[in-house]
Write a protein that binds this ligand. Structure first.
Ligand code: HEC
Length: 224
């Protein structure tokens, strides 16, 4: 009997260790907590974000579901759009300045499209913000990323080597504007949809009140 109990206890212990150990191994190397920030959806922030993305990301990335024409929705005037798009037509998508082959050769891969990136990564906007600010200088003088160790993307905003506090604050602001713009790009009609939602609710409330009075009228006649 004792033997039996010992066997059962041993197998329970072995089973527990086998199930729990792999998870503890994962938990032992946690990625750092994501940085927090507030998304500013103002036209000014979205425009700053669009210009930053154009200037600092489009060498390598595409925004293949955003057309230059769509940028009018965040308040760019026709002249501003002409400056932004250069040779490209209004109907063209916002694409990288390098073709696929050149990027493959330079980076060893074609970087992911950024249109839906805030939806495609766990942590969403906060992850993208943290990733952009997560570069730090290693002892060998290269940049590594706390949130994506071994990434092939070089530090695009310079956070790994800028030391002046004022300039660092400016980079935080740039990252916030970039992420606000990318969040808009992933769902350009979010604000419009919310506004329509309020109208729909107001309409339903009004309809309910009208139907209530109609019902009272109909039933009053039946009571008589
Ligand atoms: C010199 C080229 C280059 C520039 C400039 C660049 N990127 Fe990247 N980016 C890459 C590459 C390459 C990858 C793929 C990284 C990997 O998988 O190792 C990448 C990946 C990403 C990812 C996905 C990370 C993930 O978790 O998979 C995001 C988000 C991103 N870039 C945003 C940006 C933004 C925003 C900018 C501009 C501020 C920018 N990148 C500028 C090359 C670039």
């Amino acid at each position: 009997m004792k033997d039996m109990i010992a066997k059962v206890i041993t197998s329970v212990v072995v089973a527990t260790v086998c199930t729990v150990a792999p998870f503890t191994a994962i938990a032992a190397s946690p990625s750092p907590p994501l940085l927090d920030f507030t998304i500013d959806n103002s036209t000014a922030a979205l425009q700053r974000g669009a210009e930053l993305v154009q200037g600092k990301c489009m060498l390598c990335h595409d925004l293949k579901y955003v057309k230059y024409r769509h940028l009018a929705d965040i308040g760019f005037t026709e002249e501003q759009l002409t400056l932004l798009r250069g040779e490209s037509a209004l109907e063209e998508a916002v694409l990288s300045m390098m073709d696929g082959g050149a990027r493959q050769e330079m980076l060893g891969m074609i970087p992911p499209d950024l249109t839906l990136i805030t939806r495609a990564r766990r942590g969403g906007e906060r992850y993208i913000y943290s990733f952009l600010l997560g570069f730090e200088e290693t002892a060998e003088g290269t940049a590594s990323n706390r949130y994506f160790p071994g990434t092939r993307m070089p530090d695009p905003l310079g956070i790994s080597y800028v030391t002046d506090e004022g300039e660092r604050q400016a980079i935080y602001q740039q990252a916030a504007d970039i992420v606000a713009f990318l969040s808009w790009a992933a769902d350009p009609h979010a604000t419009e949809r919310k506004t329509i939602g309020y109208y729909v609710i107001a309409y339903l409330v009004l309809l309910t009140v009208l139907l209530y009075f109609l019902k009272r009228r109909v039933w009053r006649r039946l009571d008589e």
